[in-house]
Design a protein around this ligand. Sequence first.
Ligand code: NCD
Length: 328
Amino acid sequence: MSMDPCPEVRRPDGTLRAFVEARQLVPATILPLLERAEALAAGAEPKGVPPASAATLLFQQPSTRTFLSFAHAAGALGYHVADLRDMSTTSFEKGESQEDGWRTIAELSELIILRQPSHDALLDLVRSTSKLARPPIVVNAGSGPLEHPTQSLIDVATLHRRKMLDPSKGPRHMVFVGDLQRSRTVNSLLDILLGWSHITFTFVPVAGLGPSECRLDALRAMGCTFEVCADLDDALTKADGVYLQRLQDEYGGGDACRHEAALDALRLTPERMDRLPEHAVVMHPLPRRKEIDPATDQDPRAGWWETVHHGRFVRTALLESLQPARSS
Ligand code: NCD
């Protein structure tokens, strides 16, 4: 069952207005979105928004892929797209409160796509904008280390394309490697994969950066099979899917030098790639540092560039499903 983080993510008629957490989506809602993304990638016409609909991309943390693919997706639907990325050019620089700045954007936009460091602040925005005369659509493009639900949607699209989500093909095993504690893409992907009970998990974290206890509790509560292990080479031989993540050192904590050395030891080299079964898929949300040797980019099991390319169509399908409420 899908779980809304607060009632204000929906309009009074029950339609979804805000997509802020991965657990809002379940296989029954995800699979049609992924089919639609395939159709859009094959050239289907996007369902346009009402004329003069405005989308604002407010990115208070760095981004390349998420920013561009959302800008292109919103443009493809006919939104007029504007962005705020450099806060020194905004009225925040003049001392405006976050609340007033965000309210201004909400007054001027039918769609807000937001990347910033606080998940609670994002939920506050969803709640406060529900009281406006014309509540905008709100989409989370990354909220601190906690959530990045549209990245998980595009990761799941790659898993679907690589036949990992079909329970009739038998159990599938995912191996997660790297900084599993501070990674919003790992958090959101795990939440979304809870919907597919044929998937089991091995975690190979950088020492001290394993999945949080509350995330492991969530896996236990859903009856998922998982193990935490240190032997990447052994884990790879049994993997159907591998998901790597860089150190999220922008969030601080721990010993950066020690973590970096530990992650270097987990680097995916061509030799390591040879340990993987032929049918496996390897993913990384990017940007990568040293986690994956670029010499592996041409390997058919490499999924990271496919995820980047297809992500635009998945985000178009998502925004299409969140059309602005038509004024009566
Ligand atoms: C991720 C992010 O920003 O959370 N990148 C992305 O959106 N594709 C992962 C990361 O920065 O490590």
